[in-house]
Design a protein around this ligand. Structure first.
Ligand code: AMX
Length: 433
């Protein structure tokens, strides 16, 4: 398999690079940690390493140091499509170089080969209550897939440490290959009362996702490809990536680890914000019965803040400018659905809310993040079930966290175990100045 060969070819150099850095410069300080950071969710503490993506506070995400516009331009696209193969993005994340069309198709072919889901996984999902949240269904199904973990089997057979990354790659391909079908099944089961939809062999991974949600229009296929690409990775400190990494650092396999990541994506301050953001926009639309005036929206935003709520889809722990993932979706909407009333509200919110948040003076970043618009696009294309949106985020996020897990294992990253202190110890440090 090409992916395996290309990673194997890079490994000796990477291992030597990391070994040398630790040996020669292991004592060099990366930063210092303050008491506010200890109490403040470790914001800005530099304690993780990944070469797969980087979030610049002003420019946003870079995949292998390439911006979203560059990635969308340079990755190969299916004939007639305006958005690239998601398989090409996965190649870029794993290998660090833009793939040729053949190489992108190679990843797509690996996924097609591995897409079949064992029937008992569907049974597990069918046994769940009808009102179960799709994220619970999704995370449970991923855990059930652990039954087929190649890593777990080979670990018990006694494979060598140097080889750990190989079954991690196998498992990662096996897992990501199944996600469009799994997501499609959960959607169908929960909202349409239907059963398994087989993937179409003529469609790529991103397009199959659109097809399985019941909208095989070329436009929605393009949106699905875009959605998966922009949600794939956001360096290592965000909750879903970090939870996946932490779980995998114990040598758990990718199924256990990704399920942990999904469970943290399910929170309203992280992946659930897209659902909350659309609900907020729809509330605006329902209250005014049309796109409101700027002044009316301004008051509505203040009412939300004064009621003690956050404005979902705004703010970010690292970013300090509008999120380029917001911009990419905004441009898509401008092109394909400029007259959609909800998109008109998104535009108005973008004009009004940053100023309101600045006046409130709390949020460090008053700009929109990825979640302030993603639900609006899905709603426009007929995916109206809000609580499904976080699951979609999770499908995209699988690409980044699995690529990271493969490399973390290839470079022998150890079990994560930061140190904690007591409040009395911090008070003693504070007293010393
Ligand atoms: N509306 C109102 N208040 C906000 C706000 C917003 N959109 N964003 C931040 N604030 C407030 C915080 O609640 C905090 O208030 P506090 O001091 O009373 O606790 C204060 O501003 C400082 O917060 P911050 O340092 O700017 O942000 P953070 O790093 O603590 O949190 C985030 C970041 C994303 C959780 C926060 O901006 C937020 O809650 N946004 C709304 C929810 C959202 O959009 N989440 C999705 C993020 C992207 C993702 O992961 N999918």
């Amino acid at each position: 398999m090409e992916l395996k060969e290309r990673i194997a070819a890079q490994l000796p150099e990477w291992r030597e690079r990391v070994r040398k850095l630790i040996k020669e410069s292991g004592d060099v300080k990366v930063g210092e940690v303050t008491i506010s950071q200890v109490y403040g969710g470790m914001r800005d503490v530099k304690g993780l390493v990944t070469d797969i993506s980087f979030v610049d506070p002003n420019e946003g995400i870079r995949f292998r140091m390439h911006t979203i516009p560059e990635v969308l331009e340079k990755l190969p696209k299916p004939p007639g499509a305006s958005m690239p193969y998601v398989g090409g993005l996965y190649y870029l994340l794993l290998i660090g170089k833009f793939p040729t069309e053949e190489q992108a198709l190679g990843v797509e072919a690996e996924w097609k080969k591995r897409s079949e889901i064992p029937p008992f996984v569907f049974d597990v999902l069918r046994a769940m209550p009808q009102d179960a949240h799709p994220m619970m269904l999704f995370s449970s199904a991923i855990l059930a897939l652990q039954h087929g973990s190649v890593f777990a089997r080979r670990y018990h057979e006694g494979m060598k440490k140097d080889e750990y990354w190989e079954p991690m790659l196998e498992d990662s391909l096996n897992l990501t290959a199944k996600l469009p079908t799994l997501a499609g099944f959960i959607y169908c089961l929960k909202y349409r009362g239907c059963g398994i939809i087989e993937p179409r062999p003529d469609l790529d991974w991103g397009a199959n996702f659109a097809y399985m949600l019941g909208n095989p229009s070329p436009e929605y296929m393009d949106l699905s490809r875009l959605y998966m690409i922009i949600h794939s990775d956001h360096e290592s400190g965000n909750a879903s990536a970090h939870a996946t990494h932490l779980a995998a650092s114990t040598l758990s396999d990718i199924y256990y680890a990704f399920s942990a990541g999904l469970n943290s994506l399910a929170g309203p301050l992280h992946g659930l914000a897209n659902q909350e953001s659309l609900a907020w926009l729809l509330d605006v639309y329902q209250k005014f019965g049309k796109v409101p005036s700027k002044e009316a929206l301004r008051q509505y935003a203040w009412d939300t803040l004064n009621a003690g709520h956050v404005i979902p889809g705004y703010g970010h722990a690292v970013l300090r400018k509008p999120d380029p993932r917001f911009t990419a979706q905004y441009e898509f909407a401008e092109k394909h659905m400029p007259d959609d009333p909800l998109f008109q509200i998104v535009k108005l919110v973008f004009e009004v809310v940053p100023q309101v948040l600045i006046e409130q003076g709390k949020a460090k970043n008053p700009s929109p993040n990825v979640d302030s618009i993603s639900g609006t696009l899905q709603y426009h294309y007929g995916i109206k079930e809000f609580d499904f949106y976080t699951l979609m985020f999770g499908v995209g996020r699988s690409l980044g966290v699995t690529a990271n897990a493969v490399w973390a294992r290839a470079l022998g990253q150890p079990i994560e175990r930061p140190k904690s202190l007591t409040t009395a110890m911090l008070e003693a440090l504070a007293a010393k100045g």
